[in-house]
Design a protein around this ligand. Sequence first.
Ligand code: SAM
Length: 352
Amino acid sequence: MRWVRLLRRGRTLDQALTAAPGLDALSPRDVAFARLLLLTTLRRLGQIDAFLAGLMDRPLPARRGPVQDVLGSAYGDARCRAIAEAHLKEPPLDLSPVTDTEDRAEALCAALAAERLPGGTLRLRGAGEVTRLAGYEAGEWWVQDAAAALPARLFGPVAGKQVLEIGAAPGGKTAQLAAAGARVTAVDRSAPRLARLRENLARLHLEAEIVEADALDWHPAAQAHLVLLDAPCAATGTIRRHPDILHGRRPADVARLAELQGRLLARAAAMVAPGGLLVYASCSLQPEECERRVDAFLAEAPDFARLPVCPGELAGVGEAITTAGDLRTLPCHWAKDGGMDGFYAARLRHLG
Ligand SMILES: C[S@@+](CC[C@H](N)C(=O)[O-])C[C@H]1O[C@@H](n2cnc3c(N)ncnc32)[C@H](O)[C@@H]1O
């Protein structure tokens, strides 16, 4: 299959679609249909292969993705099966509202026919074209999975506080922090992704200081008390939204990203003022990019320690707090209610 070959050469589905000849001649409705068809095929490729294999005299060549292999060693059979089942379901659309007033959030929830989740996320099923939904033009919400909204909450109330976010584009967490009243400095090295961040903030009527820089050699004017590193990662926690990841990622990608995350974590730590907090976040399911990354950092940084997340600190996700006090959501959490992306976050304190 041509699409899978493209993905295996390291392209994402979005990149492959952008390069697809003739796609721009289609109506937005037809493009959306083509996209849905591809997403569903990628999500169900294992089952399609199994079905075809049953009709053939000779077995198909093995197409088991390396990411699947890596997950099976990391989580054990039962949990891996639950994650795989969650990956087969089309995920709901999650929105984060800009407003923090109860009345407006309720009104928005009603206008969108959404369900309001613990933490305030608005969840819609079968939502259709995002830009046509109530409140889009007025900038009343942005798209953000319920799990992606959790790491920034580990700072507690941020109104009036300065937050430095490393790896900020396209701006989901920048918007969340700015909407909560923080003064955000949003750093990212990707100009195209920062252009999307600017567009998103403009639509939402939110502001942030935006810095286009490689965090590995960028130095802030002063250390910050709150630093969020939303690390570039293999994104295996978002497979249910981006099933192309299953077919495009290689173990070598995880190793390369883990090495980069280690360097970014050390740089981000140097930006934290004594007594301040550093939240390390990743939308990967791979331990190498998550708890092992943080453990390796702490082993070499005696001036930092985990500030464990307490059960009950984040509404509705008690099952996602590890014994070490990190946040570890899985696609199979909230399974009956539409699931959530796999996200990891650790909260670290600079001991001063
Ligand atoms: C997980 S994404 C960030 C998602 C974003 N925080 C959000 O909530 O919408 C990671 C980001 O890190 C950026 N990045 C990767 N390496 C970087 C570096 N060395 N310096 C700064 N940004 C980097 C990528 O361009 C990417 O936008």
